[in-house]
Design a protein around this ligand. Structure first.
Ligand code: NJP
Length: 240
């Protein structure tokens, strides 16, 4: 992994921030982005740990110009892009009747359009290199539905899974590996939560997800890990 270059979306906190730390520890050069200034806190913490190859951007994954700028700046600084981790995402859980059109559009824009835009932006570079890995943090609810207020979030993650599956088939011939990671409940700030909340003590940890993403990214070049499903033992969920 040494000297490989990774772009990580949504690295201000939660899963994306831990992925940034594990990737830095593995010797990767990083471009991290988030829509808030909190992203600079992640950069500062990485630098404090001695990781200096970190570019940080306030960039909104729903904005094509923002994303193109991040990819362009990464390419200019590091001369290549080996890995894209599409991690930025939002969760809103309420009955269908309470979901506004604005919430519907916003969640689709971040969770689906964001994955499309970042993937689209790195593809020309990866195609030219004839190599690259794109991993998207989808969700366990991209493979089954949940009853309690899950319609909006679930439909975005089903869309992501469809996009990634087709993309994988489209770019396989270009030497580009595409996979998704589908976690169950993870202790983060997701859906206005608080990371470290005692009620979530038995949920998956950000380290569990970051470990799995690192494993997917560093798989031997001849191997693609299509999907990984991870759940906390305490979670009850339908088996596929
Ligand atoms: O959530 P959280 P997670 N443009 O809230 C960023 C999926 N997942 O780590 O924009 C760019 O702690 C935001 O940064 P900022 C989930 O769907 C989770 O759990 O600066 N970035 C922050 O860094 C999502 O895809 C669970 O505020 C944007 C990050 O996204 C992924 O895991 C279960 C952005 C969110 O951090 C990471 O979420 C599951 C934008 N427009 C799937 N909007 C779970 N936690 O239980 C947000 O199945 N961000």
């Amino acid at each position: 992994m040494n000297e490989q270059v990774a772009i990580i979306t949504g690295a201000s906190r939660g899963i994306g921030k831990e992925v940034a730390f594990q990737f830095a520890k593995a010797g990767l050069k990083l471009s991290i982005l988030g829509s808030s200034d909190e992203i600079y806190q992640t950069k500062a913490e990485l630098e404090k740990e001695g990781y200096q190859d970190v570019l940080a951007f306030t960039a909104d994954v729903t904005d094509e110009n923002d994303i193109d700028h991040v990819v362009e700046a990464t390419k200019n600084a590091y001369k290549k892009v080996d890995i894209l981790i599409n991690n930025a995402g939002l969760g809103a859980f309420k009955p269908v009747g309470d979901v506004t059109v604005e919430e519907w559009k916003k969640t689709f824009e971040v969770n689906v359009q964001g994955v499309f835009l970042a993937s689209k932006a790195v593809l020309p570079i990866m195609k030219k290199q004839k190599s690259g890995t794109i991993v998207t943090v989808a969700s366990d609810v991209s493979r089954y539905t949940i009853p309690e207020g899950g319609s909006l979030y679930t439909s975005t993650k089903y869309a992501v899974q469809g996009f990634m599956g087709s993309l994988a088939q489209e770019v396989r011939k270009d030497g580009i590996r595409v996979g998704t990671i589908n976690p169950g409940m993870v202790d983060t700030y997701f859906a206005n939560g608080t990371q470290g909340d005692p009620e979530k003590k038995d949920w998956l940890k950000v380290e569990d997800i970051a470990d799995a993403i690192l494993y997917m990214a560093k798989a031997p070049k001849h191997m693609v890990i299509d999907e990984m499903h991870l759940h906390p033992l305490i979670q009850d969920y339908p088996r596929m």
